[in-house]
Design a binder for this molecule. Structure first.
Ligand code: GLC
Ligand code: GLC
Length: 833
């Protein structure tokens, strides 16, 4: 039998097949996902931290922590792509001192030890993992308290035996020497530089503190220690792994002090437990900085000055502080998630909208694409395109943070309207290694700003002075940045009048100017061939959408002349799409370097792509002449699968130098006909725009992680968050998800379901109630904060809303005029078929 099985209440004689395919269940009351067997198909992770100190934590306590930047300020080590997966974590070992039996209550890193009642509860910014063995129960709560740069492990050990027990508890982490990339490559140096201090039972990790770093890490324990260890080889023993540390086996720490090699942190605590007794032991792992001129104590020594950090440590080792910190964290999430709550006939929708999708949007905002089970924390900076889209999913929760983020992004824009593809979170400077030339990038800024304005009505934002390329003196009002974004496209049109694609558009892997034949050469940055005419129908659709948004913004500012110009530009581009971007039954994808069509019935592979079908319709192209509906039918016929909509068909069977990275992937994966989930909500939205609520919602459910929970065995990723990709129908693993957590899928699904299917949509002039529901729904209820007021919304029926009752007063149309801040407004929408 698998350790951890059978699970309580599930795998008994009444268990259904679906139960057996699951690895846990949702506890909506607690807003937790409860994993009740540890051997999930992949590590199922969660995030700790809300502001500056962050970590990832898996259901078996794997993961790592960092301060602000996952690459440059990594506190603990983690080994990606190891066997088994998920090595390195926040480990606790329990040892029965009478018998010498030892185990980890989180299953890893001692998977050979059978556990009773294993349970992991992933909550909002905290995780609890517990289990029992031979009558000793241990549960650890991990969280990073608000406003601090530390994490707490609160371990509770209970003796469930009839007689007293003597147990040892060992903590274990491995320190990272700060720069995660250097740490995993530069061994000739790093094996000699590791340094620690152990003072009053606190382990201080101070590698490079002696020279240019003014920061250090600390690891403390609330109990008197029986011993400690800080040298990995002493703790584990030579040639032994985390599954059987020599110190734990022997039941005695060695008080080792690391000099070079691999510094670790381990405390040893002995507990004598009466029958039924529970003891609490708190561990605190944190990050601290000292002023440069006050680093050492006494001055002139090499000893870390601990005067500032000591009170913090003392405070967080107290049980009352931890209780309050945990309660505060939960209250913080209550506050954040209170801004939009829905009650619909579909439990999976409610659960995702009210809890998990909103949570994922905020995590994605905090992490961008840096640290997950698939993002190693050393790779990608903040994407210009990605960051603008991520904010669509949380602007209603933290508008001030969205505002800041937009200003950071806009300040990296170049004077010609172009955009660095990425910028670095610590410096906030555009990243020269990747550079610019992804020709869709600038347009996303318009969508990001429009979303912020619709949510907040904060028109003054447009006057905010923002530099170009972070050059002091180059400041121009934010509005001017938007103008230049649009101009950037218009300055770069190809022979059909469609926008030139540059290095790539939204699809980073459609590299039409690249022609790479050198193994390993990065497709995104390699020198592009000149003289080509590759054009993107996707950017054309995006341009139409962005130009209309900018026209709306111009109208708000009373810039009527500009409004007319932008509307005309949108019209003209829409006409160009209809003329040169329509293939007879769907929108074409692009024209290549030589002017040959891509995404057409004329092609042998890659005949139809999802992106232009979604984006052209979002821009409103084809809504009046039926092309939109026709294109969406083609999507349904050719691209939709039970697991979601694939990116294109037929998949490319071999490498095509003229297309680039897209054809580098085996068929069915990633951009080569994978279900690239980010794009699916565009189709959902497009379906609502043509009035097809059934199809929109059907697509929504195919992707909804909670709805897929019953096929966890197939899906394999976490059932509480979206993944970037699900293997397409050409892949042998069709239906298997990858790259969970950090993806534009989170924001776009949130937008699709809340703003278009449920139809609660902020607009420049107020809050719109424009649901396009699946047939058979009696309606739904929602509570939405908007510009300081609270709207209690009740929708009846499934047709289109033609009028509202706002506090009993009839309002024609579907737009609620903004109410006074603080008001509670009752809105009834009657949808007639
Ligand atoms: C990744 C990138 C995103 C891009 C997408 C499609 O998700 O982060 O910027 O649009 O892939 O290539
Ligand atoms: C790869 C991925 C793509 C991602 C890009 C980021 O090309 O396939 O999804 O957008 O890397 O640079």
């Amino acid at each position: 039998m698998l350790p951890g099985r059978p699970a309580k209440g599930r795998a008994g004689p009444t268990a259904t097949v679906e139960d057996l395919l699951r690895y846990g269940y949702f506890d909506d009351e607690q807003r937790e996902y409860v994993i009740d067997r540890p051997d999930t198909p992949l590590p199922w992770i969660n995030y700790l931290g809300t502001d500056a100190y962050f970590g990832i934590v898996s259901n078996t306590a794997g993961g790592y922590s960092f301060y602000r930047d996952a690459k440059l300020r990594r506190l603990t080590r983690y080994r990606y792509n190891n066997a088994p997966l998920d090595v390195g974590g926040r480990y606790v070992y329990v040892r029965d001192d009478a018998t010498g039996d030892y185990w980890s209550p989180s299953w890893q890193p001692t998977p050979e030890r059978e556990l009773d009642g294993y349970e992991c509860r992933h909550g909002l910014s905290y995780t609890k993992i517990g289990s029992a063995r031979n009558g000793i129960r241990a549960e650890t709560l991990y969280f990073a308290p608000l406003g601090e740069t530390l994490e707490v492990w609160r371990v509770r050990v209970t003796n469930e035996r009839a007689e007293s027990a003597e147990v040892s508890l060992f903590s274990a982490i491995e320190f990272c020497l700060w720069d995660a990339q250097d740490d995993s490559t530069n061994f000739q140096r790093n094996y000699s530089i590791g340094q620690v201090e152990v003072v009053d039972g606190v382990i201080y990790h101070k590698t490079e503190y002696r020279e240019r770093r003014d920061h250090f890490a600390y690891f403390a324990c609330s109990e008197p220690l029986a011993g400690f260890d800080t040298q990995r080889e002493s703790f584990l023993g030579a040639y032994r792994g985390w599954d059987r540390p020599a110190v734990v086996e022997a039941g005695a720490a060695k008080d080792s002090v690391a000099h070079g090699w691999q510094p670790v942190g381990s405390h040893h605590v002995r507990l004598a437990l009466a029958p039924g007794e529970t003891r609490e032991v708190i561990f605190v792992l944190g990050y601290a900085e000292n002023p440069k001129d006050d680093k050492f104590d006494p001055p002139g020594s090499q000893t870390v000055n601990k005067t500032r950090v000591r009170p913090v440590i003392e405070r967080w080792l107290r049980s009352e502080t931890v209780e309050k910190g945990y309660a505060d964290l939960r209250a913080y999430w209550d506050g954040l998630l209170g801004g939009l709550r829905v009650t619909t006939p579909d439990g999976d929708t409610d659960r995702m909208v009210n809890i998990w999708n909103a949570y994922q949007c905020l995590v994605t905002f905090n992490m961008s694409r840096s640290a997950s089970g698939y993002e190693s924390g050393i790779g990608r900076g903040m994407g210009f395109r990605d960051s603008n889209q991520d904010l669509l999913g949380f602007v209603h929760i933290l508008p001030e943070r969205a505002r800041e983020r937009i200003l950071d992004i806009a300040a990296t824009q170049k004077a010609d309207g172009g955009a660095y593809h990425q910028y670095q979170p610590l410096t906030k400077r555009g990243n020269n290694d990747i550079g610019d030339g992804f020709n869709d990038d600038p347009l996303w800024l318009i969508l990001g700003v429009a979303a912020y304005l619709k949510e907040t009505g904060d028109l003054a934002f447009l006057d905010e002075p923002v530099p170009f390329d972070n050059q002091p003196g180059s400041e121009a009002p934010l509005y001017e940045h938007l103008r230049r974004s649009l101009r950037y496209t218009l300055d770069r049109l190809g022979p059909h009048g469609l926008p030139l694609i540059g290095r790539a558009d939204w699809n980073d892997c459609l590299n039409l100017n690249c022609f790479s034949d050198t193994p390993g050469e990065p497709f995104q940055t390699t020198e592009n061939a000149s003289g080509g005419v590759a054009e993107s129908v996707f950017i054309a659709g995006l341009f139409v959408l962005a130009a209309k948004e900018l026209a709306g913004i111009a109208a708000l500012l009373g810039q009527d002349g500009e409004e007319v110009v932008y509307r005309a530009a949108a019209e003209k581009m829409a006409g160009t799409v209809t003329e040169h971007g329509w293939d007879g039954a769907w929108f074409r994808r692009a024209y290549d370097f030589h002017g040959n069509v891509i995404g057409s019935g004329e092609n042998d592979e890659g005949q139809i792509f999802i992106e232009p079908q979604g984006m052209c319709v979002l821009g409103g192209v084809g809504l009046e002449d039926g092309l939109a509906a026709r294109a969406l039918d083609s999507v349904a016929e050719r691209l939709a699968t039970p697991h979601g909509i694939v990116l294109q068909q037929p998949a490319y069977s071999g490498y095509r130098i003229e297309l680039g990275e897209i054809s580098s992937y085996p068929p069915g994966y990633k951009e080569n006909a994978g279900i690239f989930c980010h794009t699916n909500p565009w189709i959902m939205i497009a379906e609502t725009m043509v009035g097809n609520g059934d199809r929109a919602f059907d697509y929504y459910r195919r992707l909804n992680p909670s709805a897929r929970e019953t096929i966890s065995e197939v899906h394999r990723c976490e059932p509480y968050v979206y993944a970037q990709m699900i293997a397409g129908k050409d892949a042998p693993t069709h239906g298997e998800a990858k790259n969970s957590w950090l993806t534009g899928t989170a924001a776009w699904n949130f937008v699709a379901v809340t703003q278009w299917i449920l139809g609660i949509r902020p607009d420049f002039g107020g809050l719109r109630i424009d649901p396009v529901l699946p047939g058979g729904w009696p309606g739904f209820e929602a509570v939405r904060s908007f510009r300081g007021a609270t709207y209690e919304i009740s929708v009846r029926g499934t047709g289109r809303v033609t009028h509202l009752l706002v506090d009993g007063e009839r309002v024609e149309g579907n737009l609620i005029p903004p109410a006074a801040s603080g008001a509670v407004v009752r809105v009834e929408a009657v949808a007639t078929a």
